[in-house]
Design a protein around this ligand. Structure first.
Ligand code: ARG
Length: 492
């Protein structure tokens, strides 16, 4: 195949493989190679429709493009002497149909609008994929939660036993976060869904391109409104990468808990062996390696985001080659998130929660002390601060039985809880973790009925997100199918 056709005019001489390798984006371009063919087809259809290109070259070019679409791009198009797939593919086409025809595809176009269009196409697919994974994870969380609305466990603040809750309440807390991640991605999709094609280098073109037409062919909602913004902006990529990083932060917190919970100290969960590794020296070991790697991936995605933001921040208008480097971080970040989330769903779905251990820990560390203070307020009329002081003092003395509480009340508030009518029987009732959960029945609370309401609401939200992913994906596939059909019509 010929050498880099783009250098032949203005520049002279060969350059070393090191320089070529340094400049090339071929690895990252594998992500967009297929999308780039669709962009070529749409552009060519647009050129033909506006009669910017004659029928014969259009037909020959389209036949070659369809052949690449049907059989894949040859490896030679990814040769690093071409810097990127756009140039490699153009060289291949010129080789194939001759310069008189092949040299006409790039009319009214630049690699700047070409690559921005490719990235947006692929990113839309990535968003749909990630939303699908998230809905899968949320389905698992809701399923497991619905089986555990009565499973009492300790809740923690500062990682100290704090108050009893249920496993369902805990899992739904994570589901809420993943539901917001889904909403953020759906929201971002609308901003990714605009077509830069026709913006050329940045100033658009004097060729009478129909940008609405090519945007529609490629399944975009509309063309980008400003051609300079269209090639220069990557805020859409930063936004989606940031959504992925935020999501992975939650993934990491959940993984951290799976790691903690699977220790002998906690003993709250047993992960399926498939998600664990053993030790090369300690034969007894079962380590939660998948959760650990996933926790680390969250750090990597945050790193990709930091790199992408930092690459972008110093760039003047409009396109700068630095942007090529950003794309690498975008794909790496999206890939890490895309790999992690289905695995997390599998890990949780196959885990065994040790409900007896959770129940045994639910009331430990005086976890029901808040409820006792609340009862002193609700049933016996004490100010909350006074009740808080009495119960705190009793805990300091090491027990919440009636005698200790009575002593604490005299010390802390100069009153007698016995005289108030507090009995040991009432205390025992109040200190039961199940009681503490049952009375927390207001909106958002852990009581089974409140959790049932949360489950119902989240199932509805989930169904809407599932439908969005299905519809959006179907619309996109439909646009691509139409584009191929239209292209085949031109080629015959
Ligand atoms: N490989 C380039 C990128 O990813 C494509 C655009 C090149 N444009 C240019 N003016 N050199 O950004």
């Amino acid at each position: 195949m010929r050498s880099d056709q783009i250098r032949q005019g203005r520049l002279s001489g060969d350059r070393s493989g090191d320089i070529e390798h340094f400049l090339a984006s071929m690895d990252a371009d594998r992500w967009i190679a297929e999308a780039d063919l669709l962009v070529d087809m749409a552009h060519l259809l647009g050129l033909r429709r506006q009669e910017i290109i004659d029928e014969a070259p259009a037909r020959a070019l389209m036949a070659a493009l369809l052949d690449l679409h049907d059989h894949g791009l040859p490896e030679e198009a990814f040769d690093e002497r071409f810097e990127d797939i756009h140039a490699g593919k153009e060289a291949y086409l010129i080789d194939r149909v001759g310069e008189d025809f092949g040299g006409r595809l790039h009319m009214g176009r630049s690699r700047n609008d070409e690559v921005a269009t490719c990235i947006r196409i692929r990113l839309k697919e990535e968003i749909i994929g990630l939303v699908r994974s998230l809905t899968g994870l949320r389905t698992t969380l809701l399923d497991v939660a619905s089986r555990h609305t009565g499973t009492v466990m300790p809740g923690f603040t500062h990682l100290q036993h704090a108050q009893p809750t249920t496993l369902a309440h805990y899992l739904l807390a994570y589901e809420q976060a993943f539901s917001r991640d889904t909403a953020r991605l759906r929201d971002a999709y609308a901003r990714v869904d605009v077509s830069p094609l026709g913006s050329a280098a940045f100033a658009s073109t004097g060729f009478p391109l129909d940008r609405d037409y090519t945007a529609r062919l490629l399944g975009f909602a509309r063309p980008a409104a400003n051609s300079m913004d269209a090639v220069a902006a990557r805020d859409f990529a930063l936004e989606v990468l940031s959504d992925a990083a935020v999501c992975m932060t939650t993934v990491s917190r959940l993984c951290e808990e799976l790691v903690l919970w699977s220790t002998a100290f906690f003993g709250f969960v047993q992960l399926d062996d498939a998600y664990c590794s053993s030790s090369s020296i300690m034969p007894q070991k079962k380590n939660p390696d998948v959760a650990e790697i996933m926790r680390a991936k969250a750090g990597s995605v945050a790193g990709e985001l930091t790199a992408a933001v930092t690459i972008t921040k110093g760039l003047p208008m409009s396109y700068n080659r630095d942007l090529q480097e950003l794309t690498v971080h975008l794909w790496r970040g999206m890939e890490a998130a895309r790999q992690s989330i289905p695995l997390l769903a599998g890990m949780i779905g196959s885990a065994t929660f040790t409900t007896e251990r959770m129940a045994a820990e639910a009331g430990r560390g005086f976890a029901t002390a808040t409820e006792l203070a609340d009862v002193l307020v609700r049933d016996y009329g004490l100010p909350f601060r006074t009740a808080h002081r009495i119960v705190g003092r009793a805990v300091r003395h090491g027990s919440l039985d009636l005698a200790t509480l009575e002593g604490a009340a005299r010390e802390a508030a100069e009153l007698s809880v016995v005289e108030l009518g507090v009995t040991q029987e009432r205390i025992d009732e109040v200190l039961d973790p199940r009681h503490a959960v049952a009375v927390r029945s207001i909106v958002g609370g852990p009581a089974p009925a409140a959790v049932a309401a949360q489950l119902a609401e989240q199932k509805e939200l989930l169904a809407r997100d599932v439908a969005w992913a299905e519809e959006t994906e179907a619309a996109l596939l439909c646009a691509f199918e139409d584009l191929i059909l239209e292209s085949r019509r031109l080629a015959v």
